[in-house]
Design a binder for this molecule. Structure first.
Ligand code: ATP
Ligand code: MG
Length: 353
């Protein structure tokens, strides 16, 4: 039987494996530092739960397999420089930017991009790490960012949205409704979907992601993070994989993003996901496990079994309810079981209904 190997054995790999079980798909996440090399058969498939990886015996074995899906797309999108170049080439709106070269002068950088400029490392950044805000006329030591970062204009966005799209090898595409996201200090804290007020932006977002996926001959799930500025969407970044802002689909859709990815790469029928209910996803960041979360009706806990460290994603909770009043009641119940920093997160969620 064909195995689906996953480059990386974090929570995304685990959730892909979990989603494969009802379909009897043999999904095997592989730790990038694994000592023992897996035995890959020529007909096996290889996918990735991450867009970057260090060169290890396992990563070179997996990424050089002839059936490693989206190899070229991963290379282009893993580097913010080539990702931004692609967005420009396809004329997709994105935050104005420029490469940070050896000789880029800070004064000129601010003249072009404005008072506040965000440096983003080309590779390796996540959850807001690998970023540095610059302010005009304030000294900053950016020597080791040169050539390794891009510089971006600050976008005065109204809110952050993401679109999860899926494409199969025949070019058939399906999309989930736009997701509204709250990021705090660069980390995703909460997602909500679907929201009626976002439906007017759905086709704009789909056209953008469709252009990208077609151009890259992409197969599987891709996430597009966007800033909404008025009625316009600007692409913030792309993730060529299942994505945290799509976790709500585990509870809120007939077909979740993990199964959708597996179906697409395995050439199984890919139908439009049926949306079951309004779902709120709360990320558990750097906090201890608490079994009492399970006492909240409609709450589905995913605990990643990782050691708890400040700022680390250790789990998430998908919360469903029949109607808005019930949602609000359950959110309050959950908030009482979470540390104080979640008060603001829950207040934000409550404002969206
Ligand atoms: P991820 O964990 O999603 O991969 P990341 O650390 O790679 O995130 P981004 O998504 O680019 O980085 O940025 C993190 C957050 O920082 C964004 O969600 C947004 O809140 C803020 N941000 C990023 N770029 C800009 C910008 N140009 N203007 C204003 N805010 C920004
Ligand atoms: Mg991001």
């Amino acid at each position: 039987m064909t195995c689906i190997w996953v480059l990386g054995a974090g929570q995304l790999g685990a959730m892909l494996q979990h989603a494969g079980q009802p379909l009897a798909l043999d999904v095997r996440p592989v730790d990038i530092d694994a000592y023992q090399l897996p035995q890959l058969a020529p007909n096996d498939l290889v996918t990735a739960e991450r867009e970057q990886w260090p060169d290890t015996p396992v990563t070179s074995l997996l990424s050089q397999h002839p059936r490693f899906i989206n190899a070229n797309a991963l290379t282009t999108l893993a580097d913010r420089l080539t990702q931004k170049q692609l967005l420009d080439e396809l004329q997709l709106a994105t935050a104005p930017w420029q490469p940070l070269a050896v000789d880029t002068e800070l004064t000129k950088l601010h003249q072009t991009l404005g008072e506040r400029v965000l440096l983003k490392r080309r590779c390796g950044g996540y959850d807001g790490r690998g970023q540095l805000w610059l302010t005009a006329n304030q000294p900053a030591d950016i020597q080791d960012w040169r050539e390794h970062a891009i510089a971006e204009q600050r976008v005065p966005f109204d809110e952050e949205l993401s679109l999860i799209g899926v494409r199969d090898a025949t070019g058939h595409e399906v999309y989930y409704p736009l997701t509204l996201n709250l990021h705090v200090e660069g980390i995703l804290m909460a997602s909500i979907a679907p929201l009626a007020r976002l439906t007017t932006l759905q086709s704009q977002a789909q056209q953008m992601l469709s252009r990208l996926m077609q151009h890259l001959s992409y197969v599987g799930v891709m996430a597009m993070e966007c800033f909404r500025v008025g009625e316009q969407l600007l692409v913030n970044e792309l993730a060529p994989r299942v994505h945290n802002s799509g976790h709500w689909t585990q509870a809120g859709a007939s077909l979740n993003q993990f199964e959708a990815h597996l179906r697409a790469i395995s050439a199984l029928p890919l139908c439009t996901p049926q949306i079951k209910t309004l779902t709120v996803m709360i990320n558990l960041i750097g906090i201890a496990h608490n079994t009492s979360w399970l006492s909240v009706p409609g709450a589905e806990l995913y605990w990643y079994n990782k050691s708890v460290r400040s700022g680390r994603k250790v789990g998430h909770i998908n919360l469903c309810a029949d109607d808005i009043p019930q949602h609000k009641q359950r959110l309050t119940q959950l908030q009482n079981l979470l540390p104080a920093q979640y008060k603001k997160v829950m207040a934000w969620v409550n404002q969206q209904f």
